[in-house]
Design a protein around this ligand. Structure first.
Ligand code: FES
Ligand code: FES
Length: 310
């Protein structure tokens, strides 16, 4: 198994919409390259302009296909011009130095340039030494992924998370998404499965205060995280101000997208991205509504932001 990761910083002048486009191209890459067995794209804990991506590729032949696939090239073309800085690294769970040398060789052969990456073995990441090895902090997901993929195929890993303020432990195979862990294992069906491929936002939850699409996040990558789902917003009978505002503004029709919209809206307000209608639309652009209740959703978020500021 080869983990191919990148961590990058957008140029400050790249607006949020274009950052989203870049992110989507990476997601497409993860979805369409056949040899990618699993992937994660998400905002880095470091700040609003930083994103990380980790792709898991089955083997060396698959890695070659990954590097040369049109979707990878397309993502490269989209993302690269927007970046201030980036660092890539390949992580292999094969401690054999010959395997690492072969990957370098493939990169040189395929890319026609010396490998732009620093390299370390997966064990180093798992031990938390990736920062020293790569010069940057590893994406938060990598250590968990390392742990997850260290188990035999078909075996389960115990994942501990604090979900809605309660410590929960769940045994899952490394391939199980956070969404499925929440819905199928913990019975928290408030989080909806829409597209199951990162496009609709119905599955949005908060992980350590940040909104994430839980269909694109493996449960094992959230080991020890604080997860909030829509069930965790109310305090007893008292609804969260965003929930109240959605009701006041009639911000839904069928309701399928609503839990994801609400979770994203909570983060949008917390992040301070609800200053104007345009800003709300921009920062909520990852959440789709098939009923097109956008006008009322935006009004509800503006309303909730005013409530919170009082
Ligand atoms: S179900 Fe996760 S984005 Fe659609
Ligand atoms: S209210 Fe129906 S999809 Fe949004």
């Amino acid at each position: 198994m080869i983990y191919h990761g990148s961590r990058f910083t957008f140029r400050p002048d790249v607006p949020p919409g274009r950052r989203t486009t870049a992110l989507d191209s990476l997601r497409d890459q993860g979805r369409t390259v056949p040899s990618v067995t699993s992937f994660l794209v998400g905002r880095d804990a470091g700040g609003a302009y930083e994103w990380g991506a980790v792709f898991v590729v089955e083997d060396l032949a698959g890695y070659r296909a990954f590097l040369t696939h049109p979707a990878s090239r397309y993502a490269d073309r989209i993302v690269r011009p927007m970046l201030d800085a980036s660092i890539s690294f390949d992580l292999t769970d094969d401690p054999d130095p010959k395997a690492a040398a072969r990957i370098d060789e493939v990169r040189r052969h395929v890319l026609g340039t010396p490998a732009p990456s620093r390299r370390t073995v997966l064990k180093a990441v798992a031990a938390g030494t990736a920062a020293a090895a790569t010069g940057v902090a590893a994406p938060a997901a990598a250590p968990a992924a390392a742990q997850a993929y260290g188990v035999a195929p078909g075996a389960s890993v115990e994942v501990s998370m604090t979900v809605n303020g309660r410590l929960r432990r769940v045994a899952v195979e490394p391939r199980v998404t956070l969404l499925d862990a929440l819905r199928e294992r913990l019975g928290l069906t408030g989080t909806k499965k829409g597209c199951d491929r990162g496009e609709c936002g119905a599955c949005t939850v908060l992980a350590d205060g940040e909104r994430v699409k839980s269909c694109l996040t493996l449960a094992v990558m959230r080991q020890g995280a604080e997860i909030t789902t829509v069930e965790g917003l109310a305090r007893g009978e008292e609804l969260h101000p965003v929930q109240e505002a959605f009701i006041r503004n009639d911000a839904f029709q069928c309701g399928a997208c609503t839990p994801g919209q609400i979770m994203s809206a909570v983060a949008c307000v917390d992040e301070g991205h609800a200053g104007s209608e345009a800003e709300i639309r921009e920062w909520m652009s990852g959440n789709l509504c098939r009923c097109a209740a956008y006008q009322n959703i935006v009004a509800a978020i503006a309303d909730a932001a005013r409530e919170v500021r009082r």
